[in-house]
Ligand binder design. Structure first.
Ligand SMILES: *[C@@H]1O[C@H](CO)[C@@H](O)[C@H](O)[C@H]1NC(C)=O
Ligand SMILES: *[C@@H]1O[C@H](CO)[C@@H](O)[C@H](O)[C@H]1NC(C)=O
Ligand SMILES: *[C@@H]1O[C@H](CO)[C@@H](O)[C@H](O)[C@H]1NC(C)=O
Ligand SMILES: *[C@@H]1O[C@H](CO)[C@@H](O)[C@H](O)[C@H]1NC(C)=O
Ligand SMILES: *[C@@H]1O[C@H](CO)[C@@H](O)[C@H](O)[C@H]1NC(C)=O
Length: 178
């Protein structure tokens, strides 16, 4: 209960600082499969169409479907001398969340950033490859600039994806707030 309130408070603060703005630039995305018999990234990239239009696409092939248990640990790190833990470090039961989207506001916020551009938009099980298709980073810019008014600098949004308790993949997003 205590933990739940804390998450709610963080989200509330994120929304309250919406007015103050800065600019966000996504600099890189890196996807790693830790078990190539289980999953493999077919592609994972940021693409610049022009100065104002940049998008993210990724596709992960899943070889042991259906998948019924997924957990995600995610954390936000900031670069000082190397990346250091900055704010979140939480684990979410993705299957539970997808079934009850209001159960975790923080994961809800991040899921909201990509769900309209992804086929990870339904509850478990997953019996198909996962795609994020041309997610415009400008959309993230608006959401994150508004929501995360953090000190300027380089950030890493790190996510470890577990299926059946084993880390199968890592997806890292690098961005700069200036
Ligand atoms: C950038 O590319 C997008 C998509 O092709 C286009 O809609 C937009 O007008 C372009 N912007 C500029 C500044 O060229
Ligand atoms: C998150 O917390 C766990 C244990 O609580 C720790 O082992 C891990 O290094 C932390 N990760 C980050 C990025 O802070
Ligand atoms: C996602 O799609 C829904 C339904 O079409 C829409 O109401 C919502 O505003 C969209 N969200 C984003 C973040 O684009
Ligand atoms: C989920 O995404 C797929 C592919 O983008 C789309 O065909 C489907 O209608 C979406 N389902 C929901 C519930 O939004
Ligand atoms: C990440 O999730 C796995 C699987 O649920 C768990 O074993 C591990 O302790 C978690 N790590 C952190 C840092 O929360």
């Amino acid at each position: 209960m205590c933990k739940y309130l804390k998450l709610n408070q963080i989200v509330l603060i994120l929304y309250l600082v919406k007015e103050i703005s800065s600019s966000v630039e996504f600099t890189n995305v890196k996807c790693t499969s830790w078990d190539k018999k289980f999953d493999e990234f077919e592609y994972c990239h940021l693409k610049s169409v022009n100065r104002s239009f940049k998008y993210l696409s990724l596709k992960v092939n899943l070889y042991k479907v259906p998948i019924t248990k997924i957990k995600v640990n995610f954390s936000l790190l900031k670069r000082y001398n190397g990346y250091k833990p900055f704010l979140y470090n939480i684990t979410v039961d993705a299957c539970k969340f997808l079934k009850h989207p209001k159960s975790n506001p923080i994961f809800g916020f991040f899921h909201g950033l990509f769900k309209n551009h992804s086929n990870m938009n339904h509850s478990c099980p997953f019996d198909h490859d996962i795609i994020v298709d041309k997610l415009p980073t400008s959309f993230w810019n608006q959401q994150i600039t508004g929501a995360l008014n953090f000190p300027h600098g380089d950030y890493l949004f790190h996510s470890d994806w577990y299926a059946y308790g084993i880390n199968r993949a890592t997806v890292d997003f690098f961005y700069t707030l200036s």
